[in-house]
Design a protein around this ligand. Structure first.
Ligand code: PRP
Ligand code: URA
Length: 210
């Protein structure tokens, strides 16, 4: 199946992925590294953001400069998506942040929604949905469903860290218009729906709830 994914390649991205994958990495280092990796990904992804002219005065002269033309909205999928927000806000401090709470039911692996809160004008914002793990795809498919139906949002890009081929197919079948950026396409899922080789349960490793 043709899918809308771009894998971002860079030696620093690869290096930080290795830290995340290593089971010896503690919660503190895992959190810091996920933030750094998210920063690197978004730096690449935002390369083509539109700019608009703005008239300013430097200390020496008037100047026609350029600034971002659109408001940016970050939407982390709770909990693990929260681990990506800080690094991206370091780069785009003016971004607004909405939240979607979805967890996977451990038996069915189906998404269960528990929270949804966006700025009122979300529909017009360039939106980055953040979730480190695209496993079966259920959580991200559901989050993007909600953005489209409840917020009428059509400027959506997904930023993940790891994707499994199974989740990618499911996501593309549901949302062929939405591009996904990720650091790596991994091998597949185990019997419990975890990404292999992956880095285990991302929310638990971030927040020390293992
Ligand atoms: C994890 C992860 C994704 C989801 C991916 O969340 O953060 O949201 O699983 O799996 P899927 O593609 O099969 O839906 P989890 O359900 O563990 O909740 P948590 O982030 O609160 O720990
Ligand atoms: N959620 C995780 O946190 N890790 C996986 O590998 C799959 C889903």
């Amino acid at each position: 199946m043709t899918t809308n994914i771009t894998i971002l390649k860079h030696p620093l991205i690869e290096h930080k992925l290795t830290i995340l994958r290593n089971r010896a990495t503690d919660n503190q280092l895992f959190r810091a590294t996920l933030e750094e990796l998210s920063y690197l990904l978004v730096y690449e992804i935002t390369r083509d953001l539109p700019l608009r002219p703005v008239q300013i005065h430097t200390p020496l002269a008037p100047c026609t400069a350029r600034q971002l033309a659109e408001d940016i909205l970050l939407v982390p999928v709770l909990r693990a998506g929260l681990g990506m927000v800080g690094g991206i806000l370091d780069l785009i401090p003016s971004a607004k942040v909405g939240h979607i709470g979805v967890y996977r039911d451990e038996a069915s692996l189906r998404p269960v929604e528990y929270y949804f809160r966006l700025p009122p004008d979300a529909a017009r914002m360039r939106t980055f949905v953040l979730d480190p793990m695209l496993a079966t795809g259920g959580s991200l498919v559901h989050a993007v469903d909600l953005l489209k139906t409840k917020a009428n949002n059509t400027h959506i890009t997904v930023v993940a860290i790891l994707a499994a081929p199974e989740g990618l197919d499911a996501f593309h079948a549901a949302h062929p218009d939405v591009t996904i950026y990720a650091a790596k396409l991994d091998d597949g899922l185990n019997d419990n729906g975890y990404i292999l080789p992956g880095f285990g349960d991302c929310g638990d490793r971030l927040f020390g709830t293992l």
